[in-house]
Design a binder for this molecule. Structure first.
Ligand code: GLY
Ligand code: MN
Ligand code: MN
Length: 434
């Protein structure tokens, strides 16, 4: 594994640090039940800065007027443990793989950290994590304050996650290539579902098809739990029970994307179980698709996400009024927030190592961030009309539709990275031929 891309990111982080020590720690193992763990997944921030997939790892950054250096702490080799949990890289091999100044065994973290903290002014950590490995650092800072022989110690605690996540906003070529790879697998799975779905199938069996294609093609897993929501189930936004039977004449909403090489994809398609849209399904679908396409054409450097949110709310509301689903003047309906009943969520979110990348949407002053080339976000308008909604013409009741693509902001505007996944009524009906 080439460390160059990660070294570049570590150097970039060092650049923005003041005098101090920064700590970035690995994710912990998560217990599934009793002593059985979920498959391990590295913390996204540590991965971004190292590409290292092992548990029990810590990256330290030291910045002072005299020295800037990076230290990596890893699990040492241990044959007995490796028999159970698999090979570890170990200290020597980690020293060869990573272009860091020092590699140590994880057991020496506390001791070395204490030395590094002396005479520094800032401690950079994930301020909102309760991980005990940060408490070690805070404990050291306290004992340095109490130690009269120590003239200076960190009194400023800064949230390192915010800084790393700001860097994560702009994807480099390597990251974009991984998102494209994730999407190539996700595309196969969505197209396969359009071909295979039939009335009478269980939602979980459609989900199983996605998971098979993801894993079979080298994805680590789904990037989030797959939603397969037949008919009215689509009106539950995070429907993941997937236990119902798909019914002739209804739509199925599938929100599914794999994680490949630690990068997410996030795609929703809604298509007819029996292969053809009914008239009312088609009217609603085409309205939402038209809004989605118009929103995508708005994306370019210099705009802000709020603009996309406002346009989508207005245009969806206008569409609902035209279809007779809402009554009134669209701007007044939006003012009264009446449209939220049918479009209750945001138009999209940042995506990258996390499906909902935790990068900021506003700057330190609270102003919306201007879009820049290299940002990746989803665009996912949806309309949800419950089957028991007596205010809506009967023909639209029980329909929930969302259409979601993954968009890269480019210098010239944007690129829809998931353009290959069938989306128009014609494309879908061709894919769904029964
Ligand atoms: N799949 C989660 C989302 O669309 O945000
Ligand atoms: Mn999404
Ligand atoms: Mn989604």
């Amino acid at each position: 594994m080439n460390d160059m891309i990660y070294k570049k990111r570590r150097d970039q982080l060092l650049e923005i640090l003041d005098d101090g020590v920064a700590i970035v720690i690995s994710a912990e193992q998560t217990i599934r039940s009793n002593d059985t763990e979920y498959p391990y997944r590295q913390s996204s921030d540590l991965y971004y800065l190292s590409g290292f997939e092992e548990d029990n790892a810590i990256l330290l950054f030291l910045k002072s007027a005299k020295v800037s250096k990076t230290l990596l702490f890893v699990q040492p080799k241990d044959e007995a443990m490796e028999l159970w949990t698999g090979k570890r890289l170990g200290i020597d091999a980690a020293g060869k793989r990573f272009d860091v100044n020092e590699v140590h065994g994880i057991e020496s973290y506390a001791e070395i950290l204490k030395e590094l903290l002396k005479e520094r002014t800032h401690l950079y950590l994930d301020l909102f994590s309760g991980d005990p490995r940060y408490d070690v650092a805070k404990g050291h800072c306290k004992s340095l304050i109490d130690d009269r022989s120590c003239k200076k110690s960190p009194r400023h605690y800064i949230d390192i996650s915010e800084q790393i996540r700001t860097m994560r906003l702009i994807k480099d070529e390597h990251e974009i290539a991984l998102i494209r790879s994730a999407l190539a697998i996700t595309e196969m799975a969505h197209h396969d579902a359009m071909r295979q779905v039939r009335a009478g199938m269980k939602e979980y069996s459609v989900q199983a098809g996605f998971e098979y294609i993801f894993k079979h093609n080298g994805a680590y897993s789904d990037a989030y739990t797959t939603i397969v929501a037949g008919g009215n189930n689509a009106n539950t936004l995070h429907y993941i029970s997937n236990r119902d039977t798909l019914v002739e004449g209804s739509l199925v909403l599938i929100d599914a994307g794999c994680e490949y090489g630690m990068y997410a994809s996030d795609i929703t398609r809604t298509f007819p179980v029996s292969g053809n849209f009914s008239q009312s399904q088609r009217e609603l679908y085409e309205m939402i698709l038209d809004v989605q396409l118009r929103i995508i054409t708005e994306i370019r450097p210099g705009i802000v996400k709020k603009h996309l949110q406002e346009c989508s709310e207005l245009w969806l509301c206008e569409g609902l009024v035209e279809l007779g689903i809402m009554r009134g003047e669209p701007k007044a309906l939006i003012e009264a927030k009446s449209h939220k009943k049918y479009f209750p969520h945001g138009i999209g979110h940042w995506m990258g190592i996390d499906v909902h990348d935790p990068s900021p949407y506003v700057d330190e002053k609270g102003d919306e961030l201007l879009f820049q080339a290299g940002m990746v976000l989803t665009i996912e308008p949806g309309i949800y009309i419950r089957e028991d909604d007596g205010e809506v013409p009967e023909r639209y009741r029980g329909i929930g539709i969302r259409i979601e693509d993954d968009i890269l902001v480019t210098e010239a505007g944007c690129e829809n990275l998931s353009i290959g996944i069938a989306k128009t009524v014609d494309e879908i009906e061709v894919m769904c031929v029964r």
